[in-house]
Write a protein that binds this ligand. Structure first.
Ligand SMILES: Nc1ncnc2c1ncn2[C@@H]1O[C@H](COP(=O)(O)OP(=O)(O)O)[C@@H](O)[C@H]1O
Ligand SMILES: NC(=O)OP(=O)(O)O
Length: 311
């Protein structure tokens, strides 16, 4: 019987806040991933990069200010760097976890480019928060210097960049080949390196693709059975953070669309996850998305917790 395929999208708390924390965080994340692999599932791992790509871009921009010989580093190059250092930490942590359990296992990281539409209206309307949280004063200073900032779901201000919809994963065939060869594959990190195709040449564009949207596309194109979005809440709620908050265990696409119309899910945090889940459910029969905490992934897949979104 063919193994079930699960695309696991890792949120910020699976990676930690800085390079040091990441080493500890990925060790814990690796245990969850290997637990699922031991259940006989084919695992494809994607991850966010909002804080990390902001940190890299900031460091690169500072070099230009402090050293006259440095040239500006484009945002897609910073996305590629984030894929590299997060991917290799995850890969090594998973490999070590397999070794500790005496399991023969193959793990690969595939740097991946994701094509976007150069006319996507998102280029005119930056919405993707990156980097650290800023004070109102810092945000205002950035705005004065032409760097867009926005309030991020009530948690403070952050720099925002364009986040076009992913259209095509260029390395899809490579990913399929490795999954079919039994690898745990880490890919589409940070939503993928955003590119457009110009006369056969892939050219990076200034954007950060939403990793939940890219994960949904990847899951659909791999014919996955499950998309698992691991984040900082055990379940999705309506009236989130209010007195009449209600946690949801099961959400149909139809209900989800109604809640979106009621603005139940915060833009830039829960909304893209729900939209990604809807697109995955609509891409093929029986396709389900689980949203839950990293620690609850196995329980969630067993149907004991989390929010499941389905047709
Ligand atoms: N309706 C909602 N139900 C649950 N969480 C919500 C809701 N609206 C907003 N959130 C917030 O969304 C957060 C998850 O988004 P985010 O932090 O961007 O994810 P990621 O884990 O991918 O970095 C949750 O931790 C929660 O604070
Ligand atoms: N690229 C991306 O969606 O990153 P975050 O999940 O960290 O926002």
């Amino acid at each position: 019987m063919e193994k079930k395929k699960v695309v696991i999208a890792l949120g910020g708390n699976a990676l930690g806040k800085d390079v040091e924390e990441q080493k500890e965080a990925v060790a814990k994340t690796a245990k969850v991933i290997v637990d699922l692999a031991q259940q006989g599932l084919d695992i494809i791992v994607t991850h966010g990069n909002g804080p990390q790509v902001g940190m890299i871009q900031n460091a690169m921009d500072n070099l230009v200010v402090t050293h006259e010989n440095y040239k500006q580093v484009p945002l897609p190059t910073s996305v590629a760097m984030s894929q590299g250092y997060i991917g290799i930490d995850l890969q090594n942590a998973i490999k070590y976890e397999l070794y500790s359990r005496n399991i023969e296992g193959k793990v690969s990281t595939i740097l991946s480019q994701v094509e976007v539409d150069k006319n996507d209206p998102a280029f005119e309307n930056p919405t993707k928060p990156i980097g650290r949280f800023l004070t109102k004063e810092e945000a205002e200073e950035n705005e004065a210097n032409g760097v867009h900032c926005m309030e991020d779901a009530g948690r403070g201000y952050r720099v925002v960049v364009a986040s076009p919809m992913p259209q095509r994963i260029r390395e899809l065939e490579t990913i399929k080949t490795l999954v079919n060869a039994g690898h745990i594959v880490i890919t589409c990190g940070g939503g993928g390196i955003p590119v457009i195709s110009e006369n056969g040449k892939l050219v990076g564009v200034n954007a950060v693709i939403d990793k939940d949207n890219a994960s949904s596309l990847l899951a659909a194109q791999l014919g996955a059975d499950y998309l698992v979005i691991l984040t900082a809440v055990e379940k999705v709620a309506i009236n989130f953070g209010k007195e009449n908050q209600e946690w949801l265990s099961d959400l149909t696409v139809e209900q989800a669309k109604e809640y979106i119309a009621e603005e139940q899910f915060a833009k830039g945090s829960m909304l893209p996850k729900i939209e990604a889940a809807i697109r995955f459910a609509e891409s093929g029969e029986g396709r389900r998305t689980l949203i839950t905490l990293l620690d609850k992934a196995a329980e969630g897949i067993a149907g004991k917790t989390g929010t499941v979104i389905h047709q």
